[in-house]
Each structure stands twice: as structure tokens, then as C-alpha cells.
Design a protein around this ligand. Structure first.
Ligand SMILES: Cc1cc2nc3c(=O)[nH]c(=O)nc-3n(C[C@H](O)[C@H](O)[C@H](O)COP(=O)(O)OP(=O)(O)OC[C@H]3O[C@@H](n4cnc5c(N)ncnc54)[C@H](O)[C@@H]3O)c2cc1C
Length: 289
């Protein structure tokens, strides 16, 4: 299928109308950092590209004491630099700051990072740890989904970009004190993919941990929550460093990375999981204070 045209809707309604009009032969285009490569390599097909870069609503940012709302077309550079993101959800700011190079961060978007469905995507791993949700709009209506549930395998998303548009991402601010942490292990090359990464969110009341979410990748075909490690932290005091270490040890046991020519052997990457999860947990509890 050859690309015949690139269209520039200015509103979400216009974008959906164009997707409907082209009956599955059009595709949403955001920054194009992934999509243009796939089109060139024949891994994706489209006759019409529906470029969402002029839709101002998709650049929306809002925050109050209950939640933060991020437009799906915000770039990694915009998210990483946002003062509210840096102060409320440092893991997301750190994740976005680690994407590719400045050029990639200046055009690559949150929505594209989610729909590309790479398990270790640098914005996605923190978003899953933060229990983020997103709004998906199509001709059949609107739905809100946990971002964690959109992943169906490596490069496989339940969002169909020939019919559906992610418009906003929602992150609730937990009641009680909380902190987040992100750690990425990669070669020194600035464009390197993570060998392994981890993001966590820890919530506490009166110094006792009431909720923990720990995500590490790529150790499975989707961003991987280490649920036994998470539950081991409930009821522990935030100052209990041995409990953080024990949780990180459990995370290492749960992770099952495969051998990879580009990222290293499964055994090597498994051995890194404890260290990066422990460092991410320490970052998070330091914010709880
Ligand atoms: C050199 C290089 C280095 C990279 N390094 C990293 C890295 O370190 N970490 C990392 O995580 N990623 C990296 N990436 C991958 C890529 O930059 C990110 O995944 C980026 O966030 C994709 O966003 P985009 O706006 O460019 O998406 P696009 O390429 O425009 O789109 C990607 C997919 O998402 C769909 N889509 C986009 N927006 C929406 C939406 N709002 N609703 C529905 N569907 C949508 C498109 O149709 C397409 O299927 C790298 C890419 C390159 C080329």
C-alpha cells in the first residue's frame, strides 16, 4: 500500500471523521519516529496518514490535587521538562528524559510510545507503575482503559490506530504520601535501548507502606509487574531497607528475561533486576521522607 496523502485535522472530531472516511486504510501519525520506519520497512501499511500534530487539545496538560492529565501528543521533551511532572511523578520525568536522543524526544510522543507497545518503552514503564489510564476515542464512542491492559505482546497493542485515537492520559495522585522511581540500565551509547529498566510507585500512611507497584522490562512480552515483590512490601515501614532489598530479590526471581543479541543474555539481565528495582524503590521512599 503506497502513501497517497497526509491530512492535518485540527480537532479530535475531525481526526475521527477522517479515520472513518478511510475505512481502515488511514493511520494516526504523531511524531513518526516509529511509524515512518515501519512504513519504510513494510511492517506497517497505510494509504493516508492522519497527522495529529495540529490538534491543540492533544497537547493539553492539567493537574490538581487529585490527578494529572497529559495530552497524548505531548512530546517526551515536554513531559520531562514539566515542573509538575518532575515534582509529582519523577519516574515519568526520568523515563521521558531517557528516550533516544534530543531529536527523538522533541518529536516522539506519549501516545506513540504507548501504541508502539514495546515492553521496555521508557515512558510506558513508569506509566504502568503509576497505574495510569488513558482515554481512547473512536466512531463508536469513548472508553477509559488501564494502560497496563493495552499491551498484547511485543509491538502488539489493543489500540487500533486506523480507527482509534488516544487523547489523554490520567494519573491519579494517591491519597497519602507517595514516591516514584525509575532506573534504566543501558550501554553508554545515547541511542541504546534499555538492557533492563524498572519503575516503581510506593504509597505510605504514617510511614507504613499501603501500596506498591513494581514494573520491570523487558523481561516478558509486556511491561512486567512483579506482584509477589509488590505484596511483600505492604505493611513494611518505608525506612526498612532490608524489606526493600527483599522485595527487589523477589522481583529478580519473578523476572524471566530471554537471551537477546542486542540486550545481553537472559541470565545476565536477570542478575541486574534486583539492583535496579532496589535503586528505584530507594528513590521512591526518599520522596516519602
Ligand atoms: C533512533 C530512535 C531511538 C529511540 N529510542 C527510544 C528510547 O530510548 N526509548 C523509547 O521508549 N522509545 C524509543 N524510540 C521509539 C519512539 O521514539 C517512541 O516509541 C515514541 O514515543 C513514538 O512516538 P511517536 O509520536 O513518534 O509515534 P509514531 O511513530 O507517530 O506512531 C507510533 C504508533 O503509534 C500510533 N499512534 C501515535 N499516536 C497515537 C495516538 N494518540 N492514538 C492512537 N495511535 C497513535 C501510530 O499510528 C503508530 O502505530 C526510539 C526511536 C528511534 C527512531
Amino acid at each position: 500500500m503506497r502513501i497517497k496523502q497526509q491530512l492535518f485535522p485540527k480537532t479530535i472530531e475531525e481526526c475521527i471523521a477522517l479515520l472513518v472516511e478511510h475505512e481502515g486504510k488511514a493511520r494516526v501519525l504523531a511524531g513518526g519516529t516509529d511509524l515512518f520506519l515501519w512504513l519504510k520497512e513494510g511492517k506497517a501499511q497505510a494509504e493516508t496518514l492522519v497527522d495529529i500534530s495540529l490538534i491543540e487539545e492533544l497537547k493539553h496538560f492539567e493537574s490538581d490535587d487529585k490527578r494529572m492529565i497529559l495530552g497524548a501528543a505531548l512530546t517526551h521533551a515536554e513531559v520531562a521538562a514539566h515542573e509538575t511532572v518532575k515534582s509529582c511523578f519523577v519516574a515519568l520525568a526520568d523515563g521521558c528524559r531517557n528516550v533516544g536522543s534530543p531529536q527523538i524526544r522533541n518529536i516522539g510522543t506519549l501516545g506513540g510510545n504507548i501504541v508502539s507497545a514495546q515492553p521496555a518503552a521508557d515512558a510506558v514503564v513508569p506509566l504502568v507503575a503509576m497505574n495510569a489510564k488513558c482515554m481512547i476515542i473512536s466512531a463508536s464512542g469513548k472508553r477509559t482503559e488501564d494502560i497496563e491492559n493495552l499491551f498484547k505482546g511485543v509491538g502488539k497493542s489493543s489500540v487500533d490506530p486506523s480507527r482509534e485515537l488516544i487523547t489523554e492520559i490520567y494519573v491519579s495522585k494517591p491519597a497519602g504520601r507517595y514516591g516514584t522511581g525509575y532506573v534504566r540500565m543501558a550501554p553508554r551509547d545515547a541511542m541504546a535501548l534499555p538492557v533492563v529498566n524498572a519503575a516503581v510507585m510506593v504509597v505510605a500512611r504514617d510511614g507504613t507502606i499501603t501500596e506498591a507497584r513494581i514494573v520491570t522490562s523487558p523481561v516478558a512480552v509486556v511491561p512486567f509487574r512483579t506482584k509477589r515483590a509488590e505484596s511483600s512490601l505492604i505493611g513494611k515501614h518505608v525506612d526498612d531497607l532490608s524489606a526493600l532489598g527483599a522485595a527487589a530479590q523477589l522481583a529478580e526471581r519473578e523476572a524471566q528475561p530471554r537471551d537477546s543479541k542486542v540486550r545481553g543474555s537472559g541470565e545476565y539481565r536477570k542478575s541486574l533486576v534486583k539492583d535496579i528495582v532496589e535503586r528505584a524503590l530507594i528513590k521512591a521512599v526518599e520522596q516519602i521522607g
